[in-house]
Design a protein around this ligand. Structure first.
Ligand code: ADP
Ligand code: MG
Length: 254
């Protein structure tokens, strides 16, 4: 079997005495779209943040593209990863948050060019060509010279997706990318994500958009209380949920 892009093994994450992830394991294979659903406070965002090593874990292992996250082995012992290795690992992961976090003083084009210029050390003309291609892909070629404040929430989120793609990541992580949007702007962002999935991008998506999960996910994972209670193809999880907690959750959101 191919090496998974993401391998989370028995991860425990605590904030002080609060255990937020309680022995969670998950893998995402190349080309797979996995949607994570679950109640508020169940640890979904924390899981994504641990994968990206924005948060350290206390127990377990996380591998991205076969590489241990946040640690390295020296003579059979685990020591903290080097900053350079962390940066290399993070460059493999495109992350899109609920809030867009665009640089307000840069145009859409400059926002998308920033990673290629600063991190990938691309030539300016190459970075610009790449950024324009990506803005076209998310339907915003005509907004390249606009500043974020002049864009709608849906447009800003599409720029954020283009900016993440500009690093040519191995996987895209989405944390409720449409939750902060006005309802009429949700569809345009979901369409961009649908297109990405159709192109074969590997994606791990935390979402409350059950229609999207049902349609696009290869696998749906239900997280509650910091563990996976149920997972399977969307038709199974939505159509005949096995766990009472899944049924209870779905009855509230569907
Ligand atoms: P979800 O994304 O599923 O809504 P989160 O992963 O954001 O849940 O949060 C899970 C739990 O961890 C919540 O109880 C939250 O209050 C807590 N938590 C998240 N981040 C921190 C933090 N930095 N410090 C302390 N507690 C946190
Ligand atoms: Mg969250």
């Amino acid at each position: 079997m191919a090496e998974p892009i993401i391998r989370v093994e028995n991860v425990h994450k605590r904030f002080g005495s609060l255990e937020v992830l309680r022995g969670l394991s998950l893998r995402v294979d190349p080309g797979e779209v996995v949607c994570i659903i679950g109640p508020s406070g169940s640890g979904k965002s924390t899981l994504l943040r641990c994968i990206n090593y924005l948060e350290p874990i206390q127990e377990g292992r996380i591998y991205v593209d076969g590489e241990l996250v946040g640690m390295r082995e020296v003579n059979g012992r685990l020591v903290p990863a080097r900053e350079a290795d962390l940066n290399r690992m993070r460059a493999k992961i495109g992350m899109v948050f609920q809030r867009f976090h665009l640089f307000p003083h840069m145009t859409a084009l400059q926002n998308v060019m920033e990673g290629p210029l600063q991190v990938r050390r691309m030539r300016r003309d190459e970075a610009e060509a790449l950024a324009l291609r990506l803005l076209r892909k998310v339907g915003l070629a005509d907004k390249a010279t606009q500043y974020p404040s002049r864009l709608s929430g849906g447009q800003q989120q599409r720029v954020a997706i283009a900016r993440a793609l500009a690093m040519e990541p191995r996987i895209m992580l989405f944390d409720e990318p449409t939750s902060a949007l006005d309802p009429e702007l949700v569809g345009e962002v979901l369409q961009v994500m649908r297109d990405l999935a159709a192109e074969g991008m590997t994606m791990l998506v935390v979402t409350h958009e059950m229609g999207f999960a049902r349609e696009v996910a290869d696998r749906v994972v239900f997280i509650d209380g910091g563990v996976i209670l149920e997972e399977g193809p969307p038709a199974e999880v939505f159509g005949s949920p096995r766990h009472p907690r899944t049924r209870e959750f779905l009855s509230k959101v569907l």
